[in-house]
Ligand binder design. Structure first.
Ligand code: HEC
Length: 156
């Protein structure tokens, strides 16, 4: 390949990457899912959209199997509810590294509510847990960092 065509290909990849994180593009969360308090009632995976991104789609399956029981909105347990931006925005603000660490290794919140390591499912790989975190924040007001993580993982 001549240098000029390499540049054209590189520019194409950059353009594709940039456009996929713009609001309303295919990888983005549909309107009406995320709100301050989140969807009404207990939120099962079946009430949530299927992400087009394969990393987030895999995360949805993990979430349904292990995380939904608490993060669907189990008030007794005090887990932040998926789709609630009130619950998630201060947590998303900590950055993905902190969220991944707390999800993989477990975490005791300020009010002594426990997030068990890997949601109590030791069979999950670290990558499974990260994908589930990415899916959860994608559906809770953090589409941008979620898609960023998914793209970085896919391009590795
Ligand atoms: C047994 C209930 C339970 C299960 C199952 C569970 N969580 Fe949690 N999780 C919690 C609770 C409770 C908190 C809130 C702790 C606090 O801040 O008070 C939490 C918080 C979190 C946080 C936020 C951490 C932070 O720093 O604010 C993430 C991310 C998370 N969970 C991811 C997951 C993922 C991914 C799964 C599935 C693999 C999962 N959780 C399964 C109970 C659970």
């Amino acid at each position: 390949m001549r240098p000029a065509s390499i540049l054209l290909v590189a520019a194409g990849i950059l353009a594709a990457t940039a456009s996929s994180s713009e609001p309303g593009s295919s990888g983005d969360i549909p309107d009406g899912i995320v709100s301050a308090k989140g969807l009404k009632g207990f939120v099962r995976a079946s009430k949530l959209p299927d992400p087009k991104d394969p990393v987030l789609a895999a995360g949805k399956a993990v979430w349904a199997g292990t995380c939904q029981a608490c993060h669907g909105g189990n008030k007794a347990i005090g887990a932040p509810k998926i789709t609630s931006s009130d619950d998630w925005s201060p947590r998303i603000a900590q950055g993905l590294d902190v969220l991944f660490d707390h999800a993989i290794n477990g975490f005791l919140g300020a009010k002594y509510a426990e997030m068990p390591a890997k949601g109590g499912n030791a069979d999950l790989s670290d990558a499974d847990v990260k994908a589930a975190v990415a899916f959860m924040i994608w559906a809770s007001g953090g589409a941008e960092p979620a898609l960023g993580y998914a793209q970085d993982t896919t391009n590795k």
